[in-house]
Design a protein around this ligand. Structure first.
Ligand SMILES: [Fe+2]
Length: 459
């Protein structure tokens, strides 16, 4: 979107020359230089300083966002062929934070797009594309990438990113989940810019929609305020436009992608005068119950930042928030056939067995809490055959940060733990089979498990 900004060079030339002149001439040159500067602002280059990035993808719509250095109008051209962008949406309001919603799209279809404004050159690149969601209930394969505690520009963050690029060469993820503490250390604008957009822009943002949940670092200490960059940067499906019951909130929401129902909860913020995620009669959990009760998809993945079971860099026995989540929220999740709960916060990887009914301290975990409807002869393959099913809880908080262990490590309820390697989750869902693997920075898969639904579990 380059507009020549040559006037700046003239100004610089004047400034250098003026320094060696006598006073009256110096003043004259500065005066002339100011005029040139005022004129130059009109012709100043408009740079794309963030994005494009993709939000709230549904079977028929998507949101495309980007930021420019100067206010401009917004225009997106798109089509199903990279060389034929024959549809267009524009917004004449001059803004720096652009947000364009494309509608009336076809499900499960790849579209290419260009973005810019009506006055400047459009940004065209064959890597600018997106895939609309499949129709709800579709059994087409879905690939999910999930990681938490990542935005710190560390070697671990870059290693996780590169390992996923390598591991997904055959098929890129459709659904990218942020598990909270997305930008260190305080979720500031420039931290998101440097540690998140700066790390994932080219390979991910322009062609992979993400769905976020907030962590404590994203709140930056403002626990009762939504006036934080996280909520400005992320677009949420508040009206149920991507499936699920409308939440009416940016803090928590749900969406369907094929035959998977996803729920993002806010495990940190205080709402409605102080209610938190463990207040089971509060607005968030009231909505959660209604959303899960209405869910028609066979798979349910719930993600929120603070884990109910961990002995990594946090301790779910001693930290009140984690204890309260375990005691109060888990019975709700167990009631509605939730399959996976993904979180972060602890900078480690921990994956429990499918469990139910364990709300006490870590040491009170007993094999009786493991619920496997039917054992397979495959290790780490769990079969659901119509009886009560357990929930597998995963801490995937080593997507950038790494390490730590509290007294009692490794977690007794865990089938696998690791606090020395950074990594992130790839989850493939195809019809009644879910396969998950934890891909480390060196590309090695150190944990994998699968769930096969021979029948839906009971509530
Ligand atoms: Fe955290």
């Amino acid at each position: 979107m380059a507009i020549p900004g040559g006037a700046f060079f003239i100004f610089d030339l004047f400034r250098v020359n003026a320094s060696s002149m006598t006073m009256p001439f110096q003043r004259w040159f500065y005066l002339l230089a100011s005029v040139v500067t005022v004129q130059s602002t009109k012709a100043q280059a408009v740079d794309v300083v963030r994005g494009p990035y993709l939000q709230v993808v549904t079977p028929t719509s998507i949101t495309i966002r980007w930021r420019t250095s100067q206010p401009t109008e917004s225009r997106v051209q798109f089509g199903t062929f990279a060389t034929r962008l024959n549809q267009e949406v524009s917004d004449l309001k001059a803004v720096t934070d652009h947000e364009v919603i494309l509608t009336n799209l076809k499900p499960a279809t790849r579209y290419y797009y260009a973005f810019g404004s009506s006055k400047t050159t459009m940004n065209v690149d064959p890597e600018q594309h997106f895939q609309t969601s499949p129709k709800p209930g579709s059994t087409d394969p879905i690939r999910i990438w999930a990681l938490g505690d990542f935005g710190n520009s560390s070697a671990t963050q870059l290693g996780c990113r590169d390992a996923i690029v390598n591991a997904t060469k055959d098929r890129r993820p459709d659904v990218w989940l942020w598990l909270g503490d997305n930008a260190y250390s305080n979720g500031l604008e420039d931290e998101f810019q440097q540690h998140v957009f700066g790390v994932y822009q080219d390979g991910f943002f322009r062609n992979m929609p993400f769905w976020a949940t907030p962590g404590n670092h994203d709140y930056g200490g403002q626990i009762e305020s939504q006036a934080i960059p996280y909520f400005q940067i992320c677009s949420m499906p508040r009206q149920g436009e991507a499936g699920g019951v409308p939440s009416g909130s940016e803090s928590y929401y749900s969406f369907d992608y094929g035959n998977v129902h996803f729920v993002s909860l806010d495990s940190y913020g205080k709402m409605d005068g102080g209610q938190r995620i463990y207040d089971t009669t509060g607005r968030q959990v009231d909505w959660l119950k209604r959303d899960l009760a209405a869910n028609k998809q066979p798979w349910t993945i719930v993600f929120f930042h603070h884990p109910p079971y961990t002995k990594g860099s946090h301790d779910s026995d001693t930290e009140e928030l984690l204890v309260n989540i375990r005691q109060n929220l888990l019975p709700v999740l167990e009631r509605y056939n939730v399959d996976l709960v993904l979180g972060g916060h602890s900078h480690v990887y921990e994956r429990t067995y499918p469990i139910v009914g364990h709300y006490g301290l870590a040491d009170t975990f007993d094999p009786k809490h493991i619920v496997v409807a039917s054992n397979s002869d495959q290790p780490n393959e769990y079969r659901v055959n119509g009886k009560k099913q357990g929930i597998i809880y995963i801490v995937a908080g080593s997507g950038g940060q790494l390490g730590g262990q509290e007294s009692g490590w490794p977690l007794k309820a865990a089938a696998y733990t690791n606090n020395t390697e950074g990594g992130s989750m790839l989850i493939d869902v195809k019809d009644n089979r879910l396969e998950a693997r934890w891909v480390c920075t060196d590309g090695v898969v150190r944990d994998r498990f699968s769930i096969v639904k021979e029948k839906q579990g009971i509530r």
